[in-house]
Design a binder for this molecule. Structure first.
Ligand SMILES: NC(=O)c1ccc[n+]([C@@H]2O[C@H](COP(=O)([O-])OP(=O)(O)OC[C@H]3O[C@@H](n4cnc5c(N)ncnc54)[C@H](OP(=O)(O)O)[C@@H]3O)[C@@H](O)[C@H]2O)c1
Length: 206
């Protein structure tokens, strides 16, 4: 599949490496062309401008802080029909609070900023080091997907499965109001309650 990743940090580079290894073509874009080129060279992605990367892609990952998304989406060109994956945890600078929630969510806000896109929330409960398949050993971690577009979730599910995760349908986009606090709890476990970044939430059926 042709995939664009906007952002070249921990999540952008981790997603690029995993997706390229699984045989996808990854078009990488970001605000710093030197960093884009460096991450492309180490992951096997193709460096591109924002608009061109998006034009090549069926699925577009926003590997950016929530605060950077409105500007990036406005500059991304035509997003109509594209599956746009919001992976963010919209947290305060100290990573202890959500800056949006209860009656809306970052995922819903992203859909408002990009009304023609097919927005799916996913990966916000997976720490960047766990994107590398080797870091997950024999565990199959769950990626929760929330979207109002079932077909978009199916497209993303195939990508999620291709890099070794279980894709879990977490309902409509409104459920980002629930998934984003789960992401914040994961940050609590990982960074404030001493468990480290090799943890991820899973829903267990008994
Ligand atoms: N790290 C995790 O384990 C993790 C887990 C789940 C979800 N997430 C979410 O994933 C997203 C990315 O996190 P990350 O850890 O990859 O962050 P990161 O390593 O800090 O990378 C952020 C990327 O966004 C770019 N960026 C930052 N501010 C920007 C702005 N104002 N305009 C344009 N680009 C900007 C950065 O560019 P520069 O390098 O030029 O600053 C970089 O490419 C966040 O929303 C986070 O909540 C992270």
């Amino acid at each position: 599949m042709n995939v664009a990743i906007i952002g070249h940090g921990n999540m952008g580079s981790g997603l690029a490496g995993a997706l390229v290894s699984a045989g996808h073509h990854v078009w990488l874009a970001g605000r710093d062309q030197e960093k884009v080129a460096a991450v492309a060279a180490t992951t096997g992605a193709t460096a591109n401008s924002l608009v061109d990367a998006v034009q090549q892609a069926e699925v577009v990952f926003l590997a950016l802080p929530f605060a950077a998304m409105a500007e990036a989406l406005a500059a991304a060109g035509d997003l109509a029909g594209r599956v746009v994956v919001d992976i963010c945890n919209p947290v305060s600078a100290d990573f202890k609070q959500l800056v949006i929630g209860h009656t809306t969510s970052a995922g819903e806000q992203v859909q408002r900023w990009a009304p023609a896109a097919r927005v799916v929330k996913a990966f916000n409960t997976i720490f960047a080091p766990l994107l590398a398949p080797a870091a997950r050993a024999d565990k199959t971690l769950q990626v929760f997907m929330a979207s109002d577009d079932s077909a978009a979730k199916a497209v993303l599910a195939s990508l999620v499965q291709s890099i070794g995760f279980e894709a879990v349908d977490a309902g409509g986009l409104e459920n980002c109001r629930l998934l984003e606090p789960v992401g914040l709890m994961n940050i609590q476990f990982g960074y404030f309650l001493g468990q480290g970044p090799a943890v991820a939430p899973g829903w267990v059926k008994v």
